[in-house]
Ligand binder design. Structure first.
Ligand code: URA
Length: 422
């Protein structure tokens, strides 16, 4: 096959065959395609897109570039969740044990954060002793025994995506819906789950800034999942303002534990229960997820999961030594609390990383003491900064200059769930 033909075909808006797609993914994974050709080809896709058929072939080839987890021996309906990520998005932590407490198997393969947010694995590592690198056998055994794990994927899973994601970053081809959708879905399909609920975030604190792009991404992923035999639905959810009060790794674990104990911020509880309802339905389990937060079974499953992964569920979640408050300059209602500014500030405090190799702070972050719609008095603390490295504080505070607005009229809380795509 002549690789230049593939480039010309896509560059000129043509359609690729299954054979051509398989050939590219295979050669790319094995480092057999020169970077300048792979870069030019992916850029042609960036501009011309992939049609539905091409996208299914593409995703399949990515899945087949490595191993597929075989969850057939687990003996439970399997269902997973993926979020495109947002500021304060800790939902996987309460959600996965909650759903597992009803008898579903939840194989939560997660990642670390890049850019503004800490990822689920970064959060879980603030639990003392918690091992985020399980072998495939440990994953399967834990699904049988506990019903849930949270782990990094093994290197054998979708290696084409592992290479392509960082390659796209370097060549400036990340923000491309077919490439994002196939990247996310190839990992979830290779994970072997029977069904999947996607939380696609829209807003200034998310990857997708506007609802129409988020919807396009959600529809594309739902189509890919269902075509591959994974029952998939998506919720489009609001990410203009932080989710919950806590932003930062250990802070988000503590907030998740509150939710698992039947407390926690209303928006986190609402989204956890909405996603849980969808997951249980796909798993064929007709139960009210709220029960598991009330009767302690979700928290019991969380503790079992921590113990099974070498962690200490009784250990105190670490807290920063130093705190500083940002005060309200006047009395009034918080009419806007900007997820992007809060995420950037938490990131500057050390809660996120700029490069893959960076180490994130467990304790740095921000607690939103007041949220949109709340009334504050003059000089009342609005944001509580948790500081691990004081040298980072000035830049973190700089990001907060326009993080909230105070008005004289009350405003409504934003709707969390904007749309459902099935
Ligand atoms: N997350 C992924 O896993 N892949 C992308 O391409 C973008 C976000």
């Amino acid at each position: 096959m002549n690789f230049q033909d593939l480039i010309y075909t896509k560059r000129d808006g043509g359609v690729l065959s299954e054979e051509q797609i398989k050939w590219f993914i295979n050669g790319f994974t094995k480092n057999e395609i020169p970077d300048e050709q792979a870069g030019s080809f992916l850029m042609a896709i960036f501009f011309q897109g992939l049609n539905k058929q091409e996208l299914n072939y593409w995703t399949n080839a990515m899945v087949n570039s490595g191993e597929k987890l075989d969850l057939s021996t687990v003996g439970k309906p399997t269902v997973d969740k993926h979020s495109t990520g947002g500021v304060g998005d800790k939902i996987s932590l309460p959600l996965c044990p909650l759903v597992a407490s009803f008898g579903a198997g939840v194989p939560q393969l997660s990642g670390r954060g890049l850019g503004t947010f800490g990822g689920t694995l970064d959060k879980m590592e603030s639990v003392e002793g918690f091992n985020i690198s399980l072998s495939n056998n440990q994953m399967i055994n834990q699904l049988k025994d506990v019903g849930v794990f949270i782990s990094a994927a093994g290197v054998g899973l979708a290696p084409a995506d592992r290479k392509m994601y960082s390659f796209r970053d370097v060549i400036g081809a990340v923000e491309c819906i077919p490439l994002i959708a196939s990247s996310i879905m190839s990992k979830k399909i290779a994970e072997g789950t029977q069904s999947l609920v996607l939380d696609v975030k829209a807003g200034r604190g998310a990857f997708m800034k506007d609802v129409s792009r988020a919807k396009q991404l959600a529809e594309t992923m739902v189509e890919i999942g269902n075509a591959a035999g994974v029952k998939t639905i998506a919720l489009i959810t609001q990410m203009e303002t932080p989710l919950g009060n806590a932003v930062g790794n250990a802070l988000e674990v503590s907030e998740s534990i509150e939710v698992l104990n039947g407390k926690g911020p209303a928006d986190v509880v609402e989204l956890t229960l909405a996603l849980a309802q969808e997951m249980l339905e796909l798993a064929g389990i007709k139960k009210d997820p709220a029960m598991a937060l009330k009767d302690g079974s979700a928290f019991a499953t969380w503790k079992k999961m921590i113990t099974a992964q070498g962690g200490n569920p009784e250990a105190k979640i670490p807290v920063a030594d130093k705190k500083e408050n940002i005060l309200a300059p006047k009395a009034g209602y918080i009419t806007d609390l900007d997820a992007y500014a809060i995420g950037l500030s938490a990131w500057r405090l050390g809660a996120g990383r700029a490069k893959k190799e960076d180490i994130v702070s467990k304790t740095a972050g921000i607690i939103c003491l007041a949220k949109e719609g709340d009334f504050v008095e003059k000089d009342q603390p609005v944001l509580e900064l948790h500081i691990d490295d004081p040298a980072r504080l000035p830049m973190a505070k700089e990001a907060l200059k326009t993080a909230f607005t105070i008005g004289s009229e009350p405003c409504e809380k934003r709707k969390i769930i904007l749309e459902r795509i099935s």
